[in-house]
Design a protein around this ligand. Structure first.
Ligand SMILES: [Zn+2]
Length: 205
């Protein structure tokens, strides 16, 4: 792609680094930003800058938050004995949208994936085990997507829990294999949480 301006080329390059955005789409977006009022573009830049500078991860569940302990963890109405293990903030949002879950979460920050160089220590698994050791958690719900990486991660955590007095369950699979949680419709996902099954049964089948 031949550019008449180095400034334009740089902006297009940076935008094209985003997932799913090719050079052509990047050019279209950048030209759009140029056409709209400057104040609007500045609002976008400010929002992204603030996000990077001020975003926090909840000290307890590791979800993205504006404060040290997120609103879910600090809500006295939530059941602190049940913890739902999810991959990232999108899963928390999807499950919250169902309105069927009143426990807490633990956000792993990914799944174990040797091909992508992601091992157990790159995730928040140690913090999860520590939480279980403290003794308040009575049930852990595995709610990772039903992919090979999701299953590997579930099983790794399950093995780490050996010897602890904690019930492990997994969300019922109305959600098909390889479906990401965030794409499941709210009714299906809500049902999956209500009709969760013991994790032992899931690994036998
Ligand atoms: Zn939290």
């Amino acid at each position: 792609m031949e550019f008449s301006s180095k400034l334009l080329e740089n902006a297009v390059y940076e935008v094209s680094q985003l997932p799913g955005i090719g050079k052509r789409t990047a050019l279209r977006l950048v030209l759009h930003l140029l056409r709209q009022p400057e104040s609007q573009t500045l609002q976008l830049i400010t929002a992204l800058g603030n996000l990077r500078a001020e975003i926090k991860f909840c000290k307890s569940c590791h979800n993205i938050s504006d404060v040290e302990i997120c609103e879910i963890c600090s809500n006295p109405l939530r059941n602190k004995e049940i913890v739902c293990i999810v991959e990232d903030v999108r899963d928390v949002m999807a499950i919250e949208n169902t309105g069927h879950y009143k426990g807490l979460y633990h956000v792993l920050g990914g799944k174990i994936s040797p091909l992508d160089g992601i091992g157990p220590h790159d995730l928040t698994i140690e913090a999860l085990i520590k939480k279980v050791k403290e003794g308040t958690v009575k049930e852990l719900i595995f709610a990772l997507s039903a992919t090979m990486e999701g299953d590997t991660t579930n099983f790794y955590i399950y093995k780490q829990l050996n010897g602890f007095d904690v019930k492990t369950t997994t969300i019922a699979r109305g959600i098909g294999v390889n479906d990401e949680l965030e794409y499941a419709d709210e009714v299906t996902l809500g049902r999956s949480i209500l009709h969760r099954i013991p994790f032992e049964n899931a690994i036998k089948s």
